[in-house]
Design a protein around this ligand. Sequence first.
Ligand SMILES: Cc1ncc(C[n+]2csc(CCO)c2C)c(N)n1
Length: 217
Amino acid sequence: MKWTDKTWKTIAPIYQKIIEMPFIKELQNGTLPLEKFQFYMGQDSFYLENFARSLAVIGARTESVDHALDFIRFAEGAIVVEKALHDSYFQEFGLTSRGKIEPTTHHYIHFLKSSSALDQVEVAMAAVLPCFWIYQEVGNYIYKNQQAENNPYQKWIDTYAGDEFEGLVIKAKAICDSVADNCTEAQQQKMTEAFIAASRLEFMFWNSAYRLESWEV
Ligand SMILES: Cc1ncc(C[n+]2csc(CCO)c2C)c(N)n1
């Protein structure tokens, strides 16, 4: 069985929790309060910037030049998405500043930065995979199950349910499977642990936006 198939099974309960969470349900039916989406967008701006930096570090550390090119392109893509967020979504949803880095974003960003800098590069590749894969699954899930007309969040949904994003996800998964083939059982286990940690953080990222979680002091 492919590493990706095995690993997805281990996060199936986390994915289930994600699609049941109020942030996702309300995004799907268009009732998510604007304030929560604004919080999410501001935090996602910080996330995307640092996610891109982590992807670039992974690109620099890969053995294969083809993988280096793929990761450098992923990094570019994340910066382009961040710019689109800033240049169009911020305005559309009335956000003037991205605010400050809140606790869950801080945790997630630093997890990705330390993994990409210090872990075996295959483990770092596994750490960034849920960012692609979970978004695609959630995007498709919302797209298929939505009933609302005139959903204010439609454009966001379309970004992640589209064919262009699917191409990236297929590539990111294929890279993880090919590098996992050359890893020992113990190394593959570390890849899986990194994948699980990032999946939990994806859940927490949406949940913290729903709760508008901020530093208390
Ligand atoms: C918290 C959080 N996780 C994942 C994404 C999804 N995402 C945005 S850009 C990109 C890759 C571009 O090469 C991916 C996977 C997000 N927006 N925010």
